[in-house]
Design a protein around this ligand. Structure first.
Ligand SMILES: [Fe+2]
Ligand SMILES: [Fe+2]
Length: 190
């Protein structure tokens, strides 16, 4: 089958109805795409993997099932094994090797996209003017976006061999164009 963003969106929305999960998928897609574009990688495939990474979370909200039990659904739908393997690799508890740049990038963008999104939601101007420094400060406040695993954010930047500030700035830049879809205000709304 052709691996396209459109097909991934179809699969995702067949299993996922929650707005916040769909927004998470869009945020991770935008960040992953940003890096695919920067490095001249296969943007369509990377976007598809990013959209699919939590596709079964609504059906399998616990780690004894997510994402490993979702793999069977993806296989049934004809998704190629490398896509499935990449999707599975984001899960820390499966301890699969992150041996491709796509797997590394997906992992590095997953938690940080959620965190940057959360930072944008509490600011009147959303992501506009959001500096890496203030994101880093919020990372040190355990009560803010408490569900985001800080260690995975730091580990992700290391995996990409990027300075954390640079990685944060990239994710902010990646999410800005889809601020509306993410339910974020912009400087123009103030
Ligand atoms: Fe996940
Ligand atoms: Fe995720």
């Amino acid at each position: 089958m052709d691996v396209t963003r459109e097909r991934a969106w179809e699969t995702l929305t067949r299993y996922t109805k929650s707005e916040s999960l769909l927004r998470h998928a869009l945020a991770v897609e935008a960040s992953t795409r940003f890096y695919a574009r920067t490095w001249g990688e296969d943007e369509e495939r990377w976007a598809a993997v990013a959209l699919l990474h939590d596709f079964d979370y609504e059906v399998h909200p616990t780690l004894d099932k997510h994402p490993q039990d979702g793999a069977a659904f993806l296989r049934e739908e004809g998704w190629p094994e490398d896509v499935i393997e990449s999707v599975l690799s984001h899960a820390e508890h499966l301890a699969l090797p992150r041996d491709t740049q796509l797997k590394k990038t997906l992992f590095a963008c997953d938690e940080l996209s959620g965190f940057v999104h959360a930072c944008g939601l509490v600011r009147p101007s959303g992501l506009d003017g959001l500096e890496p420094k203030s994101v880093r400060k919020k990372l040190k406040q355990p009560s803010f976006a408490a569900g985001v695993h800080r260690d995975e954010v730091y580990q992700g930047a290391e995996l990409l061999e990027l300075d954390l500030d640079e990685h944060i700035a990239n994710v902010v830049a990646a999410l800005q164009p889809i601020a509306k879809e993410l339910g974020l205000r912009t400087a123009a709304d103030i």
